[in-house]
Design a protein around this ligand. Structure first.
Ligand code: SF4
Length: 303
């Protein structure tokens, strides 16, 4: 037998042993890959064999009582505070500058398509000069949730679509985790054209581009906006409050509640923040559900 064949045999035996001894340590191998030096008695030690006296069929384990989600109380508290805040804002016309009604928008899909045609030829700020494509946004014209990022990146500029590439894939997974597909929501950015070298948007660019976003929102009329990242949140909300303080509460853009979380690109660089993001999006989903179940359906009244 040649040496490679011998090694292949050894590897096959090792894998067989691991499958037969499916302990947590064994699973760790499957999940993480074998370490260079296994800790403790490793596969090279004599492999334990199940005693022949072991019962052929293990007794059925009792189903453990279902534990309450430890995050459930925080979710309930968040939704209660958010609904109070939304009601308080709705009652105070002086605080609100509602979105202009879409004029006329009997069919949001048609209205959005017409706005898209208009925005694709926009030259209202200097960013039109270096763009490959205007990234208008994509998704459902009747979405309950609009997701707003900062500005297109390189891939988005080249493809003309929002949130593509690795960040986009992660966003798709995050949405799926709360039961939403990209087609269920509308995804866009504050700026529709890519700033050079992905720099932060400049105030004149935001000013020039904001009417496009406002008109998108007035057509779609979402129940909630979710801002991704510090720049999107601070720019949309017109504040310098830190991302840490904006997260976890409900903010308002005009009269639409805004939930803030991390940008997927940040999560790719800082995977430890995924846990916080998971909590943020669970709150977002709970708020969407509560607004959908509310007597008014949570829809802002722009009449
Ligand atoms: S960034 Fe906005 S305002 Fe500037 S050219 Fe593009 S679409 Fe127009």
């Amino acid at each position: 037998m040649s040496r490679p064949e011998a090694y292949a045999g050894l590897v096959a035996d090792l894998l067989k042993w691991l499958r037969q001894n499916d302990t947590p340590a064994g699973r760790w191998y499957w999940d993480e890959g074998a370490p260079a030096t296994p800790a403790g008695p490793g596969p090279a030690a004599s492999a334990p064999v199940a005693p022949s006296s072991a019962p052929a069929v293990a007794p059925a384990a009792e189903t453990p009582p279902e534990k309450e989600d430890p995050f459930a109380a925080e979710l309930r508290d968040f939704v209660a505070r958010a609904m109070d805040s939304i009601a308080a804002h709705a009652a105070d016309d002086g605080l609100l500058a509602g979105l202009p009604a879409a004029e006329p928008a009997p069919d949001p899909a048609e209205a959005l398509a017409s706005l898209r045609t208009e925005v694709l030829s926009c030259t209202a700020c200097g960013l039109h000069d270096g763009r490959h494509n205007v990234v208008f946004g994509a998704g459902s014209p009747r979405a309950d949730l609009v997701i707003v990022g900062e500005a297109p990146g390189r891939d988005e500029d080249l493809q003309g679509e929002p949130f593509v590439g690795r960040s986009g894939q992660l966003l798709t997974k995050i949405l799926a985790a709360i039961g939403l597909a990209r087609e269920d929501v509308f995804i866009c950015n504050i700026l529709k054209c890519r700033p050079p070298r992905n720099r932060d948007p400049l105030p004149p660019e935001v000013l020039a581009c904001e009417p496009h976003l406002t008109r998108q929102l007035s057509i779609i009329r979402p129940r909630v906006i979710c801002c991704l990242g510090r720049v999107a949140a601070q720019t949309l909300l017109g504040t310098s409050v830190s991302l840490g303080r904006l997260r976890g509460g409900v903010n308002f853009y005009r009269d639409i509640p805004v939930v803030v979380t991390y940008h997927p690109a940040y999560l790719l660089r800082n995977p430890a923040a995924k846990r916080d993001t998971w909590n943020d999006v669970r709150k977002l989903k709970a708020l969407l559900d509560a607004l959908a179940a509310a007597p008014t359906g949570g829809a802002p009244d722009h009449a």
